[in-house]
Each structure stands twice: as structure tokens, then as C-alpha cells.
Ligand binder design. Sequence first.
Ligand code: TRP
Ligand code: ZN
Length: 505
Amino acid sequence: MTASRTTVVRGLATAVGIVSLVSVTGLATAAPGDPGKPRFTAGSEGVGDNYFPYSGNGGYDVSHYDLAIDYTPPAPSPAPLEGQLSGVATIDLTATADLDRFNLDLRGMTVSAMTVNGKRATGITPPAPGAEVDGAAYWQVQDDAERRWELTVQPRPKLKKGQSVRLVVTYGGTTTRPTDIEQAPYGWYTTRDGAIVVSEPDGSMTWYPVSDHPRDKATYSFRITVPEGKVAVANGLPDGPPVTANGRTTWSWDAVDEQASYLTTASVGDFEVLPVTYSASGVPIHDFVDRKISASRRATTNASLALQPRMIDFFESRFGPYPFSAFGSSVDNDSVGYALETQTRPVYSGSASQGTVAHELAHQWLGNAVSPKDWKHIWLNEGWATYATWLWNEENGIRTAQAAFDSWYAPARTPEYWALPIGDPGPMGLFATQVYDRGAGTLHALRLTVGDEAFFEGVQTWVQRYADSTATTADFQAVYEEVSGQDLDAFFQEWLATPAKPSLP
Ligand code: TRP
Ligand code: ZN
């Protein structure tokens, strides 16, 4: 749910009717494109992100995903590292155009049944481009080379703009170890004892049908059923205690804050459920740590997790009120080689260090509440989360932000290092080290340029203005020009777009 636009159209359509809507828009007579005259088209296969042209979809806006998932982890070694997943996804969406067809993203899972507003659709093989199909139908395309994984729905009757629809998709498959565009592990990543579920940037489609792009945020509810003894950890807060029947346990979660699809998780493992703690502002913190973690990793992890309440207090003082209704971590003994800021409940691999916990927590404001409108704006996520750990370290007498900046800026680095324009790093450069360090360096240089007062006022304005939504680097520049009264064109050009070492402000 992103577009207040749809709400407005629905509100107008019910409150004043279509005829009044025409006069509101100033049209004297019916014309092509008249909102009263449906012109049904296929919603696009992507939202228009040039890094991931088939991520997300056009023509509708999802408000809620309800995911009922039954999962069986792999059998003990030497059985293959494959799990069995079957799901029922109930998806509430609103058409933002008159739709003959529309798409969801779904990769490596097979749909076995679908209803649209309670009416059964028939699964068929993909028709030839432009071919007519009779009746309500759905089909799947799985094109690994093009990274085009689409589930097309042909609703009957067709959907009118502003109409709300409930889609029930029954699906499933064998889970493996998916990889992202640069071959890093992600998605529903099968482990021997369960799964690590971390899906940035487009891996949620490996475990449920989704409009897989931050521009379509939605709320979620989860019922994850696993063998008795396993724990399933998703976003938000537990929706009642786990329920066991016939050797299987269902873990229910409710995520009431809208979230970008890449921030969903439902990790499964042998987790210990830690006692709930709270920030000073009352945010409940639910932590889960793999029982099999070694004693030394467990000690590091416990020490880091114990700091979470104080870290929330500190970041609230810098970034404004914590943006969601819950927090907490899940720490898995298995590894994907990185942590992810999954909304309200970051996922850690192996162990959780203090710096990484600060980084993933800061993402809740910077990346999660405010998300990139296109993936090229990723520096706004990673630069801020990196800079937040500089601030945390400064607050705790570990190292000043200036010292952190100097230790990044001073050493000689290769021309290749400076060549990456972090404002548009390319799909293979999303998680390049420069996006993190030069991103944090950019923010420190911005702070030196506009002064502390404008710098911290700016970040609070940024979070407030774009919370539950997405924004761009241009939007960010506009906020800082507003709070500082300075023209920052040359500054951002040099720091984000120039393929050379930027000069000190
Ligand atoms: N966004 C993660 C973080 O910084 C990092 C991340 C996601 C990542 N996918 C990755 C890092 C792939 C390396 C490779 O917290
Ligand atoms: Zn990060």
C-alpha cells in the first residue's frame, strides 16, 4: 500500500460518484482516458527499476499479505540440502488501472490453485504474446537468464481501477539455496536445521508470490508450521503462543507496520526464545538465538543483544521516534555471510557483533521506514547505517565520527576504488564496500558542510516526511537544502557521482 491516490479515487467514487469525478477533473465531455470508460490493459511486469526490470509489478497496489506456510527442513546429512515448502498466500490488492491481466513475482515455486475474489482461475501454460485466453486463468514464466520470474493472473470479470481484490494462491516446491544477481546467497536459503530468510533486493519471490519491489509496501501476517521443536521467526509480534498438533507447531506473527518486500523474514531453526526486553520508549524486543552456537559466539551475541534497548534510546535521540511497534533479532548458527535488517527483526549469521547490531537497528529508520524508490539509491540505506555505527561508537567513547571518517579518507586507495559512483553503483555494485564507506563519508562531509544542527534536523525531517514510503537521492538533497539554506548540487555531484576521490568540504 503506497498510493494514497487509490484511496482518494475510491473515496471520490463512493462519496461523489463517477460523474462528479469527471467534473472534478474538469472534463466537459467523455474523452479517451475518461475514468468512467474502462480501458483494460495488462499491468506491467516491473515497476520500472532499471537495475531489476522485472521486480515488482504495475497496475495495482498490495495492502496485505497473509502467508500460511508449511515447511519441512532437510533430512539429516547426507540427504540433499532441500526443504519442502507449501503455502497459501492471501493477498489483498487494489487495482490502480483498469486491468485485463496483472503479474506477481514468483521464483522456483509452482502454483497449484488460485482464486480471485473467491472465483477459481485455471492454471495454463503461458499463451503466445498477444494471444487471447478464455476465462479466469493464471500462468508462470521462469526465465533465469533474464531474471524474469512472473506469475500472470487473468481475472474474470476484469478489474476496474480502484477495485479491491482478494487473491488466494496455493503454491509450493522444493527449497534450495537461491542466489542474487551477484551470486550471493539470499531468499529462502535452506539450512540443515531450517532456513535463513533474507531477501534483499529481490529474493522474497523465492518463497511467496509478491510484488517484489520497495515501492509497494504492505502489512503482513504469518502462520509458519514446522516440525515440533523448531521455531519460526518472522516480522512484527507473536500473534498468540505457538500451537502444536500432530507433531507440528504453528508460529503466528503479525507485522502491522507496512514493509518493503525485501524486509520480510520467516527464518526457521533450533532457536532459544529469549526473555522480552524493552527500550525506554517501550518498544518490545523479541530475540531468538540458535541453541547450537558456540560458547564464545554466544557470549559475543548476548553482549550485543543486551545493548539493543540502549541503542534504540540513542538512535531515537538522533533520528526521531522508533518507527515501528517491535524489534529484536534472530541469530542463526548457519551462515549466509552477512546480516540483514529485516523489518523489526534483523537476521544475523553465526553471531551478532555490537557494530552490526547498531547497523541493522539504524536501518529501521534509514532503509526500512524510508526505503529507496529505485535500487540505485541504496547508498541512502548503507551510508546511513554505516554512519549510525560511527555515531554509536562516538557516543560510547569507542572512536569519534571524525576519527572514523579520517581512517577511511586518509589512506591511499586505488583509482578503481574511487571510480565507483555510489549514487548509481549498478546492480552488481549494490553492496560494494564503497557504498558503505564512501556513503558514510558523504554523510560526515555533509555534516561538516551544513553544521550539526541542520544535519540532525535534516535526518529527522527525512524520516518523518518519507516514513512508510520510498524516496530518492534528489529528495534527500532537497531536504538538506531546505534545512541548511544552502545549494548542495556541487556537493552531492562530487560525493556521489564523480569517479574520483572527493575533496574535503
Ligand atoms: N543490506 C545488508 C546490510 O548491510 C547487506 C546485504 C544484503 C549484503 N545482501 C547482501 C551484503 C549481499 C553482501 C552481499 O546489512
Ligand atoms: Zn546495511
